[in-house]
Ligand binder design. Structure first.
Ligand SMILES: Cc1ncc(COP(=O)(O)O)c(C=O)c1O
Length: 437
């Protein structure tokens, strides 16, 4: 039988693209959409969800569903908004903004179609010529994309994750090199996430605010906090970490996304009126796109009902109790397990409050995730380039819909797998030793 003929690329573009994909495949980092029919699909209800960002399990809440349907039935408009916010300024959009500005005690609020669009919109247009952006090294990709498109694209610097000393060093250096920052003629923007999505670590917001006030007495140091993963979970009625710490007046902008704990779509940027007006004029991801559909607005509005009536706060209490329980159950059992097989970062073990995002560090994230999946537990491997090299993990995201029994099964599954790996490694060492005798 003749060998199958290798299909040659039809163009140099195809050749380059295929070579890049092939390279990713060879390095084991090719991204693919999960197979919707596979065991790991998020719609597979036989799996316990330790994966999604639906932290409060509102996506399956019958209460939220009923509320949403009821509002849809009585709403005047439920389908597409019909155009950009600037052309068809929907009453529903403005009403939600007003509601959110009040709820979050913010002087202004502006909706975006997604958190990604909000970060790109803000960072691409707010920094002016001569301004500088600094950010935590783990900041979300959307902030990078915004900066890349901004006037500060040649003036952006990262500091070590959550390190106040690294932050201070960076500010000192920038102030000494750029007199306009000292005189207040130019501005410095600091981008952080209140809760980091891959590490479950909290930004030291109070420390950052103090340092900024100290180093920028001209009030030209501005803090922007992405609350994507803290929304609905922390602070009174789920208002987020900034509100929990009483720092509302100390930040220039806060981002709350609707797609994670709120089980909806879209995002709101809470900021000052002059920033809102500027975004409406210059943020391309706001101007040149069709605004959220009415159904999306109604869905987000229904989720905020759940925050305001205290439902989210109850769910969040249970969620954080589960996080504590998971850490307290797993942590003592890891004492005899080599760190490269299974480990919990120290800062996570002692975090107060706990985080629903718990990275379980392992050099073998794919086999661990596959082992758990076979046992009906969906916790996904996270590897480079999503996290730095050498920091592979299985990320556990807990949910209000998880039970203590689910968590017990997860810990048991992880420990069974770890013991199997240890036995396997010991057997391999014995074989090598014997072969040398
Ligand atoms: C920290 C952070 N910011 C922003 C976003 C983007 O939000 P959205 O999913 O609404 O586009 C995400 C989502 O991945 C995120 O994790």
């Amino acid at each position: 039988m003749s060998k199958p003929r290798k299909i040659l690329p039809q163009s140099s573009l195809e050749a380059q693209v295929l070579a890049a994909l092939q390279s990713r495949q060879e390095r084991g980092i090719l991204r693919r959409l999960p197979d919707p029919t596979s065991l790991s699909s998020s719609t597979n209800t036989n799996l316990v969800d330790f994966n999604s960002n639906d932290y409060l399990s509102l996506a399956t809440s019958l209460n939220l569903r009923a509320r949403f349907i009821q509002k849809l039935q009585s709403a005047q408009d439920i389908l597409g908004s019909g155009g950009s916010r600037l052309l068809v300024n929907g009453q529903a959009h403005s009403a939600l903004e007003a509601r959110l500005a009040q709820f979050f005690a913010s002087p202004a609020a502006i909706l975006f179609n997604s958190g990604f669009d909000a970060n790109v919109g803000f960072f691409s247009c707010i920094p002016q010529i001569g301004d500088v952006v600094v950010y935590d090294e783990y900041i979300h990709a959307s902030v990078h994309d915004g900066i890349r498109a901004s006037r500060a694209r040649g003036a952006h610097f990262s500091f070590e994750h959550n390190s106040l000393s690294s932050f201070k060093e960076l500010l000192k250096k920038l102030l000494s090199e750029r007199p306009e920052l000292q005189t207040g003629q130019s501005s410095l923007f600091v981008a952080v996430e209140s809760l980091y999505s891959m590490d479950g670590t909290f930004a030291p917001l109070e420390g950052i605010v103090h340092i900024l006030e100290d180093y920028f007495p001209q009030s030209n140091g501005f803090l922007i906090v992405d609350e994507a993963h803290a929304t609905g979970i922390y602070g009174l009625q789920g208002r987020g970490r900034v509100a929990e710490l009483g720092l509302e007046d100390k930040v220039l902008a806060r981002l709350h996304t609707f797609g994670k704990a709120l089980a909806a779509t879209g995002a709101v940027l809470l900021t000052k009126p002059f920033i809102r007006d500027y975004l409406l004029n210059y943020a391309r991801s706001l101007i040149y796109t069709t605004s959220l559909s009415h159904a999306n607005i109604i869905a987000a509005d229904s989720s905020f009902d759940m925050l305001i009536d205290g439902t989210a706060q109850k769910l969040s209490r249970h969620l954080l109790d589960l996080s504590r329980y998971f850490l307290d159950t797993l942590s003592p059992q890891l004492r005899d397990v080599p760190m490269h097989i299974l480990a919990l970062p120290v800062e996570i073990q002692h975090a107060s409050p706990p985080s629903p995002i718990i990275p379980v560090m392992t050099t073998r994230p794919r086999p661990l995730s596959a082992y758990l999946m076979q046992r009906g537990l969906n916790a996904r491997p996270i590897t480079w380039p999503t996290v730095p090299k050498g920091k592979d993990r299985v990320r556990v995201c807990l949910h209000a819909g998880n039970s203590q029994g689910d968590v017990d099964r997860l810990v048991q599954g992880m420990m069974e797998w770890a013991r199997g790996e240890m036995a396997h490694d010991e057997a391999a060492v014995r074989t090598v030793v014997q072969s040398k005798l």
